[in-house]
Design a protein around this ligand. Structure first.
Ligand code: ADP
Ligand code: MG
Length: 620
């Protein structure tokens, strides 16, 4: 039964607040909910019956933003004020994008740095997070309008390959739009959920999710077991989609009509009309065999067969990606139990048939392919609302996470491939007497030395009360939450002082980078082991030097001059070897120093014990 509350301020009855599912797409975005009565996921539609909101933002001369269909109309006439494909910019620097700089018709600031991109419209600058938030705000307003209730909580989907920075940017955009983003979910996971896959604990399946949208293609291979989703591999092409089909059709017509580039440049409106008509033709041919219309008074036609010929090479490219994704997951088509079709472009029958033929099985296409991700997000939202308690949706960490310890060594807390959410902790202590601060540096990677890994964050645990070295107990804990965001906490257990940070890396890693880092860790494994052994010997040496020096100063009167001289000598040579010697030489010198100090250390100990026993009753 749904909970009903009373708003004390207004005296009105309130339904328990709904959590919406949002598909924030490159081309289109939309919102879905679980219908309160039917308990089935449904997309929210305006009166015109349209659920899709084009992910386009237009700014007028005064800087006023409009989002959706109205904004889309300016795409060709006011390209520099009309922002599309914001999703491609999320969490990216100009360097990340420059290979595709031509793609953007609006001004992407080229500051040639590693910092996050900005878009310039007139005199104003916008970050991708701000632009996405405008789209999300529009979706929120629509949802509130349709549901007639405030909407403040959401689940938002992102591509499976989105890295931490892109996920965080999406989360930030939600926050900026006034939404509490309860979870970021992978799009292929959401699509599978919409088809009811993964909702049974005893189900084990391998699923291929084929997502061909407006401008991007993604293939993801997922494994569900015990209600847990794991991404086995992802592949695709971030510049391949239905827009390419439209372009191919328009080019074909331009050829038939004998239009020159100059004519098209002069008549931007004509180009726009051709593209819109081309998309119309493509969509029409998903359900009919021929298309006939007119562009500027000229008749244009297209047959289904011709369309297939025009798009054949694009479809083949998607199949090549599928092949790669299977290879990466170490699977063959026979291992795939289900194939899920996602994205508006999979409505093209030729696409569907080609994919079915490739996988050698019937594909899931009963739901609207451009709605299925949002519907799945609504299913996830419902699970989070506590209406479906048994489920947790999990992913895995692609690289190990750890902190820097003495000598620049990587101490791994969360090994790679850990299921998330994941929690790990370990205790550390201070190296110097009275040390009041400790630097916690967080790294990601597989190498033994942090310098070869990627630094994610750094902070200081301060105000540790004065204690002898080795006494403070600093517990460092890592929590990787369900969105893959890492929270690092350090706490000195004796005093209770603590400090924590949320790691919002400016740059996450692409699949290729992860792969490269893994490969490097394998090729350098041997030398890494040697380096680690050397660093450990050096650390041990410097600790022994410290304690021995301290011992001598404290107990000077109990030692002979010869003993002090010999020990100081041994310390000096160990110190020298620490900088230049091999691991074995350092160990030998440590041993020598120990041998020298052992006799007088024992003597001092005996004196201390006899002092302590004086005048005391010892019980047996
Ligand atoms: P995205 O996930 O990139 O935001 P969508 O899943 O909404 O995009 O897909 C948009 C693409 O789907 C557009 O290229 C659009 O032309 C195409 N599309 C929508 N309906 C059809 C149809 N009936 N036949 C062919 N393509 C279609
Ligand atoms: Mg999509």
């Amino acid at each position: 039964m749904a909970k009903i509350g009373i708003n004390i301020a207004t005296g009105s009855l309130q339904q328990q607040e709904m959590i919406v599912g949002i598909d924030l797409g490159t081309t289109n975005s939309l919102v879905a909910i679980i219908h309160p009565e039917s308990k089935k996921p449904v997309v929210l539609k305006e009166h015109d019956g349209n659920a899709l909101v084009p992910s386009v933002v237009h700014f007028d001369e005064t800087g006023l933003a409009t989002v959706g269909d109205t904004a889309k109309e300016y795409l060709i006439t006011e390209p520099h004020r009309t922002i599309f494909s914001v999703k491609r910019l999320m969490g990216k620097s100009y360097n990340d994008l420059k290979a595709h700089a031509d793609f953007f018709t609006y001004r992407v600031i080229d500051d040639n740095t590693e910092s996050l991109v900005k878009i310039q419209v007139g005199n104003a600058f916008y970050s991708p997070v701000e632009l996405s938030s405008l789209i999300l705000k529009e979706l929120k307003t629509r949802a509130e309008h349709i549901l007639k209730t405030p909407v403040t909580k959401a689940v938002i989907t992102v591509p499976a390959y989105f890295n931490d920075a892109q996920r965080q940017a999406t989360r930030d955009a939600g926050k900026l739009a006034g939404l509490d983003v309860l979870r970021i979910v992978n799009e292929p996971t959401a699509a599978s959920l919409a088809y009811g896959m993964g909702l049974r604990q005893d189900e084990t399946k391998t699923i291929a999710v084929y997502d061909l949208g407006g401008g991007t293609f993604d293939i993801s291979v997922l494994r569900i077991a015990g209600g847990i989703f794991e991404v086995l591999s992802t592949n695709g092409d971030t510049y391949l989609g239905g827009d390419d089909f439209d372009r191919a059709i328009a080019e074909y017509w331009i050829g038939l009509l004998g239009l020159s580039r100059e004519e098209l440049d002069q008549h931007k409106q004509l180009g726009q009309e051709l593209r819109l008509r081309a998309e119309e033709a493509k969509k029409h041919l998903s359900f009919h065999d021929t298309f006939e219309s007119a562009v500027s008074g000229e008749k244009v036609t297209l047959t289904k067969t011709k369309l297939e010929e025009l798009i054949g090479s694009y479809v083949q490219r998607t199949l090549d990606c599928c092949k790669n994704a299977l290879a990466d997951a170490d699977l063959t088509v026979k291992d795939i139990d289900e194939v899920v079709m996602v994205g508006g472009s999979t409505r093209v029958p030729f696409v569907k048939e080609s994919v079915a033929a490739f996988f050698g099985r019937k594909v899931h296409d009963s739901m609207n392919p451009d709605e299925v991700v949002a519907l799945g997000a609504a299913v996830q939202a419902d699970i989070l609302a506590g209406n479906n308690k048994d489920f947790l949706l999990l992913d895995i960490t692609p690289l190990s996470l750890g902190i820097e310890t003495m000598g620049g060594l990587m101490d791994v807390l969360v090994p790679r491939n850990s299921k998330i959410p994941s929690k790990a902790g370990r205790q550390y202590t201070t190296q110097k007497d009275g040390q009041s601060g400790m630097r916690i540096s967080v790294y990601q990677g597989e190498r033994d030395l942090v310098k070869d890994n990627r630094k994610l964050a750094e902070f200081n645990l301060t105000n540790i009360p004065a204690m002898p070295a080795g006494l403070p107990k600093v517990e460092v804990s890592f929590l990787v939450n369900a969105d893959g965001i890492l929270v690092v906490k350090a706490k000195e257990l004796r005093s209770g002082v603590e400090q924590s940070i949320e790691v919002k890396p400016q740059y996450g890693l692409t699949d290729e980078e992860v792969e490269k880092m893994l490969l490097e860790s394998i090729t350098h494994a041997k030398e890494d082991i040697q380096v680690r052994a050397l660093v450990e010997a050096q650390t041990e040496a410097s600790q022994i030097i410290d304690t021995t020096q301290l011992f001598i100063t404290k107990n000077r009167e109990l030692l002979t001059d010869e003993e002090v001289a010999a020990t100081t000598n041994a310390i000096d040579s160990l110190q020298q070897l620490t900088a230049t010697g091999t691991k074995d030489e350092i160990h030998a010198a440590i041993e020598k120093l120990n041998e020298l100090s052992r006799p007088y250390a024992e003597r001092v100990m005996d004196t201390a014990i006899s002092r302590a026993m004086k005048g005391k009753n010892i019980l047996k």
